[in-house]
Design a protein around this ligand. Structure first.
Ligand code: B12
Ligand code: SF4
Length: 475
């Protein structure tokens, strides 16, 4: 069958980061393994390709698979309309995180034939087999969302997860990206990691699912840690390095370091094989699953950036958010990373439910007093599909797609929204304008940091606060 897989991304999106479309690359790899020679698969990515080009090239597709997050949901509607106009006979299948979040309202919002919730490989394979056999009934496919007789979304039920990832899931179809002109588009844009990676790089997803239950987080791969073995992870790195000359790797796992021994072993194998590569962990590590020797091994294996997902230093809120991060070790681990030449970044959020101004300031001051090189602060905005949303906004309350995704006009904390926004901007000054930090940053990361887009954006935010709210200067 002619299968076109498209990663949807709204062009005007305010977030500059772009990453290779791993979800659809995994699907393509899986179809090739289990339907060898049967399909002609193409991959498109609207983060780096023009919409007109993509639409022109899917006219012959029997199946078009779309991958989207909630954030790109509004744009998804436009894309679906354009695909329907260009190719009225194709079957349109939706997948990606948006499906699991909006499971009961998909067919009210999108003109699709079917959707796949959660982990996609097995369900998509069965769907393709169905379409290939000329059938359009989906009730018996676990993990599928389809239109019932009344036109509403019906979910056939959550599918069991893939347990033996090494055995069942082949390498993603890297060649469909790396051997094509779009490969270099990724290195022209900002990747997920703090610094822009100038070379061709690749993203890896070495484990699926997360055992923690933070109420603001979406559950895509189930609340359990399943992982590729250390040998498989290093085989992926080696393959990409030897065959495509790739030296830079970003890891997008939810909790890469959950299994401490796996982390140690991956590092030992990289060093043992003499791989000269750079590793970036932009998606946040759990500091309470790190130990001194693990950070040292990660540094030796080539780690350049390590993000510590801390979010709040209030124990009360850690409990309320069901995050339960243990604090004892955090500053130690940051210091070990910094000592070993790793760029250490902290992730923080303010505006949590019931959070007081004092709790917000405690988090800001913790960040400022730490040895982190950089810090990203965001506001906690409940998103549909999370427990935070159903608890504090209401399970059945609709949420606008797309542009409305970042609107912050009502606070779930004890602090009014405009003050939370100002506090967020105030963090920049508090965090960066410290002689010790500036000195360390310039010493370790001369120009790449100072001229990074993120840094400039933060300066603008800071200027905005300084001119519009002088009272914060007294904090
Ligand atoms: C890399 C990443 C980013 C990158 C790129 C995002 C992008 N849109 O491309 C950056 C840094 C830019 C980013 C930003 C944001 N992100 Co982000 N990000 C991730 C991360 C860490 C990894 C994504 C990945 O590669 N996964 C690995 C692949 C294999 O998984 P997958 O894509 O989900 O694919 C599987 C299934 O979904 C399914 N599938 C996927 N596509 C398709 C298509 C078809 C046809 C089918 C059948 C199946 C299918 O099958 C695949 C294999 O099983 C995920 C966390 C996670 N666990 O995935 C969060 C995640 C995707 N991000 C999330 C969020 C909330 C955001 C932000 C809103 C954060 C913020 N506040 O700014 C922004 C939104 C940006 C945007 N426009 O989408 C949420 C999305 C929730 C949702 N329902 O939309 C996630 C799931 C994190 C979480 N657990 O909460 N993010
Ligand atoms: S925020 Fe991170 S630790 Fe918490 S549930 Fe999500 S992936 Fe797991």
């Amino acid at each position: 069958m002619n299968i076109s897989l498209i990663k949807v991304r709204e062009p005007s999106v305010s977030i500059p980061e772009v990453t290779p479309p791993l979800g659809i690359m995994y699907l393509a790899g899986y179809l090739r393994k289990y339907r060898p020679g049967k399909d002609n698969i193409k991959i498109f990515d609207l983060s780096v390709q023009e919409k007109d080009y993509v639409i022109e090239n899917i006219r012959d597709a029997d199946i078009v698979g779309l991958s989207s997050t909630n954030r790109d949901g509004l744009y998804l509607i436009t894309i679906i309309e354009d695909i329907r106009k260009a190719n009225k006979d194709c079957k349109l299948v939706l997948g990606g995180p948006i499906v699991s979040s909006l499971i009961n309202e998909l067919f009210d919002r999108f003109d699709i034939d079917c959707a796949v919730a959660h982990e996609g490989e097995r369900t998509f394979l069965e769907l393709v087999e169905k379409f290939d056999g000329g059938s359009a009934s989906f009730e018996d496919i676990k993990g599928a969302v389809y239109r019932d007789d009344s036109g509403k979304s019906k979910f056939s039920g959550r599918r069991e997860t893939i347990e033996d990832l090494d055995d069942e899931v082949p390498f993603p179809a890297w060649d469909l990206i790396i051997n094509t002109p779009i490969a270099k588009e990724y290195s022209k844009r900002k990747s997920f990691a703090f610094f822009r990676i100038e070379n061709n790089y690749m993203g890896l997803f070495t484990s699926r699912g997360c055992p923690y239950k933070c109420i603001y987080c979406h559950d895509i791969f189930a609340k359990r840690f399943r992982a590729h073995s250390a040998e498989r992870v290093v085989a992926e790195l080696e393959y990409l390095n030897k065959n495509f000359g790739i030296k830079d790797f970003e890891f997008y796992d939810d909790t890469f370091n959950f299994d401490k021994d796996r982390t140690r072993k991956i590092c030992d194998l990289i060093v043992g094989k003499g791989l000269k590569i750079n590793l970036y962990f932009p998606n946040g590590l759990r500091a309470d699953r790190l130990e001194k020797d693990i950070v040292e091994k990660m540094a030796k294996a080539g780690t350049k950036v390590m993000c510590f997902a801390i979010e709040t230093v209030s124990e009360r809120l850690q409990k309320l958010l069901q995050r339960n991060l243990k604090f004892e070790n955090i500053n130690n681990m940051i210091d070990v990373a910094v000592k070993n030449g790793i760029h250490a970044e902290g992730f923080f959020m303010i505006g949590h439910p019931t959070e007081t101004r004092k709790e917000m300031l405690n988090t800001i001051h913790f960040a400022a007093n730490s040895h982190l090189h950089s810090a990203a602060f965001s506001i906690a905005i409940p998103q549909k599909g999370t427990e935070l949303y159903s608890k504090y906004i209401g399970e059945n309350s609709p949420q606008s797609l797309g542009q409305g995704y970042y609107e912050y006009d009502s606070s779930i904390s004890e602090v009014p929204p405009d003050e939370v926004r100002k506090l967020l901007a105030y963090t920049f000054r508090k965090f960066y304008l410290r002689p010790g930090r500036i000195f360390r940053i310039i010493k370790t990361f001369p120009l790449s940091f100072i001229f990074s887009r993120r840094f400039l954006v933060q300066i603008l935010k800071w200027l905005d606060v300084t001119f519009h709210n002088k009272s914060l200067a007294k904090q």
